[in-house]
Design a protein around this ligand. Structure first.
Ligand code: FAD
Length: 378
């Protein structure tokens, strides 16, 4: 191997892009390969907790994000029918002083675009769909659908829930459909909010379904909802399908008038399957290592799925810095040792869908600082 190992990341989603930005900043030789021809601003929002914002600080986009996003004062939980408050978890100024970084809600596409813009020119290659990976022991060969091949010393699989790299390590296996779908819609904030003013960030709960709602801009002119609704079957050949106001009215029949106002204000709605996998027996072998949804896809009910992918990326870079990327076997061991427990805990709580339904202390999640948490040795 050369003195500076060549690191390839497959998948420029939120985890892969964060990893590439951090590796480049730390002086590693990194390339990022993405199957899509370009990125679009799909209708979805995302929470960026203090645990993620500390990583964005390192990437250099914390201030810009703070200017762009909404800073919810509380995470409210409300009763589906009465609107009664079930929980109020302080965020806003409290998050800043208590955790040392903001809690934001933003448009996922805007966030992704900002991280992508932080990459050095030439690092990201679009239209590069990986078809095969061959770990030859001293080098890894990557094959893409456009007929090209690339060589690298380490390959990071950040290629999402249907990861090719996961297949290479463990054999092909579809993720599990959880029996739940998520409807997603971003739209201009409706003027009439019904009997309750819109909270900046709220989750409406019944026993078998929920709707999470928050602004995605600092100006609060765009609002987003994402649901969790039981649906017995999903056609696994489809990653999402269109939905409609009619379908939403049926799914949320009898819910609070403020929820109905949101549904009435919706323009386009998409419906996504919520997919999971059991914890994997390994996250790496040879020169291949996984991160994010490639190794621990989860229901999005803690709003921490992307956060876990980004934290994974940051921890992997920290481990490369700690022991040297040329010692990749040791670096991967250290990485797994320091990530599996936390990722599995978040996966479990997300599966159970209990997070912040009642007043609980979220410090273990929001207070995590990937750069300063003491490293556990393998
Ligand atoms: P992805 O973001 O899926 O990125 C994988 C990338 O790899 C993609 O760009 C893909 O095109 C590329 N790729 C795939 N295969 C190949 C290949 N063969 N060759 C090259 N490139 C390839 N998380 C949160 O933190 N907060 C939320 O509020 C939230 N809400 C959600 C709502 C819903 C309805 C759903 C379904 C998920 C939600 N999540 C949320 C979860 C979050 O979207 C994922 O956990 C996160 O995107 C995982 O990031 P990743 O980088 O691992 O994978």
């Amino acid at each position: 191997m050369k003195s500076k190992p060549r690191i390839a990341i497959i998948g420029a989603g939120l985890g892969g892009t964060a990893g590439a930005a951090l590796l480049a900043k730390a002086g590693f030789d990194v390339k990022l390969y993405e199957q899509a021809p370009a990125f679009a601003r799909i209708g979805a929002g995302i929470h960026l907790g203090p645990n993620v914002m500390k990583i964005m600080r390192r990437i250099g986009i914390e201030d810009e994000l703070n200017r762009m996003g909404s800073h919810p004062d509380f995470w409210y939980s409300r009763h589906w029918q009465t609107g009664d408050e079930l929980a109020a978890i302080p965020l806003g100024d409290y998050a800043l002083s208590h955790y040392g970084a903001s809690y934001l809600t933003v448009h996922r596409g805007d966030f992704h675009a900002m991280m992508t813009a932080a990459l050095p020119p030439g690092l990201l290659a679009f239209n590069k769909k990986l078809t095969e990976v061959k770990d030859l022991g001293d080098v890894v060969k990557l094959h893409f659908t456009d007929g090209t091949t690339e060589e690298c010393d380490i390959v990071i699989g950040a290629d999402g829930v249907n990861s090719k790299l996961r297949d290479a390590l463990l054999g092909p296996e579809l993720p599990k459909y959880s029996g739940y779908v998520g409807h997603r819609a971003v739209f201009p904030t409706p003027i009439d909010s019904g009997p309750l003013p819109y909270d900046m960030c709220v989750k409406w709960w019944s026993d078998d379904r929920h709707m999470m709602v928050y602004y995605v801009t600092e100006k609060r002119d765009e609002i987003y909802y994402v649901t969790g609704v039981p649906e017995a079957e999903w056609d696994m050949t489809k990653s999402w399908v269109p939905s409609s106001q009619e379908e939403m009215r049926e799914a949320f029949d009898g819910w609070h008038p403020t929820v109905q106002s949101l549904i009435n204000g919706t323009k386009e709605i998409s419906k996504w399957p919520l997919l999971e996998r059991d914890p994997l027996p390994l996250w790496s072998r040879g020169r291949i290592v996984l991160l994010g949804d490639a190794c621990h896809p989860m229901k999005p009910h803690m709003a921490q799925g992307a956060a876990m992918a980004i934290e994974d990326a940051a921890m992997l870079v920290r481990c490369f810095q700690e022991v040297g990327a040329e010692n990749h076997t040791l670096a991967f061991k250290l990485y797994e040792k320091n990530r599996t427990e936390r990722a599995s805990r978040v996966q479990k709580v997300s599966h159970d869908n209990t997070w912040l339904r009642t007043n609980e202390n979220p410090d273990w999640c929001f207070g995590y600082d990937v750069f300063n948490v003491p490293l556990i040795q393998p």
